[in-house]
Design a protein around this ligand. Structure first.
Ligand SMILES: [Zn+2]
Length: 286
């Protein structure tokens, strides 16, 4: 610890030590240099901060215990969960759009494949004379809605992940709030835990994007990765594996019902809105 006297340039307080006790500014702040600028730049990515490496390491070695430590107050030791989520999402978007081993825009490729599939299915529905015109319109509108939804989801991954997590935190909280390790879990704490777990899963699903797996292999990989969520929930709650698993499965039921209800509402709304022209902006060749 530095014994020199300092005057804090930000708030004007005189003090001895390495940090201003009033505003927390470091006593080592001097004139601006390229080194400072570089450190600030890598700090945006959490790399100037040792807590990022520690958080990622602990998220894989002892995720549930790490989350419990964080909730109990070890906040300086770990990277903040929401900041981490946004950085991981930004990084996945970079990887998805070109920063992968083949240097290809996988997002664009994926959406082109989806568009082709949608148009094929719409053309099939158009050509089908055995069904009524109304059913044909509904079928065409359904494919259009699914395509639009897929596009929106791929464009806003962090918002989607956050929305899903908020929805899933509810039932998870109800089933885990009186668990052996944390008998008085709060909803806000449950949500923070879910965000950390999502970070862990999102880091895993960067792998298939980075290595350019086929879309089918990627879907299988991503689904299997979701099973990893059992480990942190088990460690965090202190339940046995069987107790943890049935609780997670039970929490999935209301979650799935709410998600389906939202999708159905979007579908009905988009169908009503698309009525004058059910084919919308997806042009069917022929
Ligand atoms: Zn100060």
């Amino acid at each position: 610890m530095s014994q020199e006297n300092h005057v804090c340039p930000t708030c004007g307080r005189e003090y001895t030590g390495n940090f201003c006790p009033q505003c927390g500014q470091s006593s080592k702040v001097g004139r601006y240099s390229f080194m400072n600028a570089f450190l600030l730049f890598i700090d945006v990515w959490g790399l100037g901060n040792r807590s990022m490496f520690r958080s990622i390491r602990d998220l894989f070695l002892r995720p549930g215990y790490m989350i419990r430590d964080y909730l109990r107050g070890m906040q300086m030791a770990y990277f903040p969960p929401f900041k981490m989520l946004f950085l991981i999402c930004a990084l996945s978007l970079l990887i998805e759009t070109g920063l992968n081993i083949k240097g290809i825009n996988r997002y664009q490729q994926y959406m082109e494949a989806e568009k082709e599939y949608t148009e094929k299915k719409q053309a099939e529905a158009m050509a089908d004379n055995t069904i009524s015109e109304t059913r044909r319109d509904i079928s065409i509108a359904t494919y259009k809605m699914l395509y639009t939804l897929e596009d929106k989801i791929r464009q806003n991954p962090q918002l989607m992940v956050l929305a899903y997590m908020l929805l899933f935190s509810g039932p998870l909280y109800i089933l885990f709030r009186h668990s052996p390790a944390i008998p008085d879990l709060r909803f806000s704490e449950c949500f923070v835990a879910v965000v950390y777990i999502a970070n862990m899963l999102l880091i895993c699903i960067i792998i298939p994007s980075l290595l350019c797996f086929s879309f089918k292999a990627e879907a299988i990989f991503d689904t299997l990765v979701m099973l990893l969520a059992i480990v942190p929930i088990k460690q965090l709650s202190g339940y046995s594996y069987p107790s943890t698993i049935w609780r997670i499965l039970l929490a999935f039921i209301p979650f799935a019902i709410i998600v389906l209800a939202i999708y159905l509402a979007i579908f009905i709304l988009s169908y009503i809105l698309a009525l004058p022209n059910p084919y919308g902006n997806i042009i069917i060749s022929q």
